[in-house]
Write a protein that binds this ligand. Structure first.
Ligand SMILES: [Zn+2]
Length: 312
């Protein structure tokens, strides 16, 4: 057993150490590692790490043996997502720090429902039905207390449980926690995970402050968004689509290397800008579609596999 790994060791382990992959789930050496990689016991697993641009190459370009298709692993999907954002950290009280990020992400989530981008994930089914393109957005909450750095998934879950008084009782709540903490040496930009608040299953995601962070920057030069907002929006799409298609243990859709639909198209863009259902436009990396790969209609990912949908 490996306990209390340093973050550097976590990344090295997650990327390269197949032999020591989680005892509980050896099919998930990467994003879905259920091993206790962070501090303490009882951590919810860190699913769907959105790798930095630097690490995404080594992650996604691994020589894969066999089919690139994602397969079903017997679990639930999210038939819908009841989304809410939480802006955590004292900096969010500053209008100069917040800039266009809060209003912009409000617009992003508001425009997600029934967008073509939401439709990129609706081919996937689970024990509780199909992923639907309709989602709803409950708006944002602001917590000016000092934010956690995300290394402990339990700390992020605790923040969600503190801020969300009435989690969606159907278990389709998705709570995205945007912190003011810089990434530092972490090899990922964001992640999603799952837990419970007051007995209700919840999905949640963690995001670093990506202002000026070239390792997590989609280099959006076309929209009018600030760089920090554009960077958050790109990883926001990635985490939400992964949560919808693979929300929690025992897992629903991922490939033989543990990559979820966002991971398989990480840092590849099928269109200059994607337009959501409210007309807002964003530079968003694509999402993997088994159907598009089989039909040869997707755009290629970083391994040249034509299974990515832009959501255009
Ligand atoms: Zn991911």
């Amino acid at each position: 057993m490996l306990r209390k790994l340093t973050l550097a060791a976590l990344i090295a382990h997650a990327c390269f150490s197949l032999a020591n992959a989680a005892e509980k789930d050896t099919t998930h050496p990467f994003d879905r590692n259920t091993e206790d990689l962070t501090a303490g016991r009882g951590e919810p697993p860190m699913l769907g790490l959105h790798w930095t641009r630097e690490l995404a190459g080594s992650h996604n370009a691994r020589p894969s043996s066999g089919s690139p298709l994602m397969t079903f692993h017997g679990g639930k999907i999210m038939p819908t997502a009841v989304t809410q954002t939480i802006f955590w950290g004292p900096s969010w009280a500053s209008t100069s720090f917040a800039g266009d990020k809060i209003t912009g992400l409000d617009s992003w989530y508001g425009g997600h429902s029934n967008s073509n981008y939401a439709h990129t994930t609706d081919e996937y089914t689970g024990t509780n039905g199909s992923v639907g393109a309709a989602t709803s957005y409950l708006g944002h909450l602001i917590d000016p207390s000092t934010a956690s750095d995300g290394k402990s998934t339990s700390a992020i879950l605790a923040e969600v449980c503190k801020m969300v008084k009435s989690p969606d009782p159907s278990g389709n709540g998705y709570y995205a926690v945007y912190t003011d903490v810089k990434r530092g040496g972490a090899g990922y930009c964001a992640y999603h995970s799952a837990g419970t608040c007051g007995g209700y299953p919840v999905q949640f995601a963690f995001f670093f402050n990506l202002d000026g962070d070239s390792g997590c920057d989609p280099a959006d030069t076309l929209s009018k968004h600030s760089q920090g907002l554009a960077a958050l929006a790109n990883v926001t799409g990635h985490e939400l689509e992964e949560a919808r298609s693979d929300p929690a243990s025992p897992g629903a859709w991922y490939d033989a290397s543990g990559a979820e639909n966002g991971d398989k198209c990480a840092w590849t863009f099928g269109a200059p800008l994607v337009t959501l259902s409210n007309g807002s436009q964003w530079k968003l990396q694509g999402e993997w579609s088994n159907a598009a790969y089989n039909a040869g209609t997707g755009y290629p990912n970083s391994s040249g596999q034509r299974g990515c949908l832009s959501g255009l």
